[in-house]
Ligand binder design. Structure first.
Ligand SMILES: [Zn+2]
Length: 199
């Protein structure tokens, strides 16, 4: 069973859909097909192109009158069709977001050597959210203890932020679905854009 990568209007991957769902969204005009050069096709032009394709990596579906190439990538034509997936607040995504670095000393550590630090300690009402939790190495985390960074004479090198991954990296990290070759270009692009966005 083949899947299609679903992009939002800004060409960021937000979802992975079963090919039937993808094709029906294109058919209904809610999405368009995207090829590897990021050229977009509505259903009619995709059907036209499909008719003259000799082969297609994801194969074809046949109806009595049509042969349609199974879309590998689609792009939503409206913003509200499928909400952008939020990056889930998990330990794994936190490590990933802060690149396995301690947000106080900047050192890079293995997962086992990094703690999660509540910038405003929980005992002071600090919540467990992207806005208040960062990664910290064990020595920094211990030094800070149950205090605010200022009280501990420590500085945050990066402020707590919500990842701006466009959903892509979390998709890549969490999806059990193998990444298709045609998705790779978009994944790389989203990755580098995310790098810039986080600085
Ligand atoms: Zn540290």
């Amino acid at each position: 069973m083949s899947h299609a990568l679903v992009l939002n209007r800004n060409f960021y991957a937000v979802h992975i859909a079963d090919w039937r769902k993808a094709l029906s969204m294109v058919y209904q005009g809610h999405a368009e097909v995207v090829d590897e050069d990021l050229v977009t096709y509505d259903f009619a032009s995709w059907a036209e192109l499909s008719a003259v394709m000799s082969e297609h990596p994801a194969g074809f579906v046949h109806s009595p009158s049509l042969r349609i190439a199974v879309p590998e990538i689609i792009r939503l034509t409206r913003y509200d069709r499928m909400p952008q997936r939020e990056v889930v607040f998990t330990r794994r995504n936190l490590y990933e977001h802060y690149r396995h670095r301690c947000c106080y000393c900047g050192g890079r550590f293995r997962t086992s050597e990094l703690n999660l630090d509540h910038v405003v300690p929980r005992s002071r009402g600090g919540d467990s959210s992207w806005d208040n939790v960062v990664t910290a190495c064990i020595p920094c985390n211990t030094k800070k203890g149950n205090r605010l960074p200022k009280e501990a004479g420590m500085n945050l090198l990066v402020s707590p932020t919500k990842p701006n991954w466009g959903g892509m990296r979390s998709l890549v990290l969490s999806s059990p679905i193998p990444i298709r070759a045609s998705w790779q270009k978009l994944i790389d692009r989203a990755y580098w854009d995310a790098e810039i966005g986080e600085n």
